[in-house]
Design a protein around this ligand. Sequence first.
Ligand SMILES: [Fe+2]
Ligand SMILES: [Fe+2]
Length: 159
Amino acid sequence: MTHALSAGVPAIPRGTWRDHPNFQTQTLLLGSHRNFRRVSQWLIERAEQGEASSLRWPFDRWKGAMHGHEHYEESKLYPFLARRFGIDLSVMQQGHEALQHAEEQVFAAFDSGHVAIEALRLHHDILIAHLELEEDHVIPCLLSLTAEEFEAYSRARVT
Ligand SMILES: [Fe+2]
Ligand SMILES: [Fe+2]
């Protein structure tokens, strides 16, 4: 998928991230995203196998963890990067709102007794698009920080 990057995001192409000297220490967020993608895919596969009725609990638990991740991003990561790089990350916030709406549709499908596959797929598509857009904005910024800057950022409290 192609999408426009906000002005001010450092030009570090995705294909080169792994070779960057700060990749191992400053891109831990990618691990969380990898798990989100895996769990979302797992939920869809389970639903396709006719197990949708047993998925409400794992979906609920998973989304609880994701809300913690989103709170961290909105209260600490986005404000820091917006200040540091002068970039507009409001589209990320909008992505979280779209995910929230899709999540409510999944719960509505679970609660109505209908198969939730379509709602899970819609949620999955919105999630995948958000994660990719977010990574393309956030990872080049994180890689561009000096070790000292990243350390100071890491130590700062989440408000
Ligand atoms: Fe996010
Ligand atoms: Fe994220």
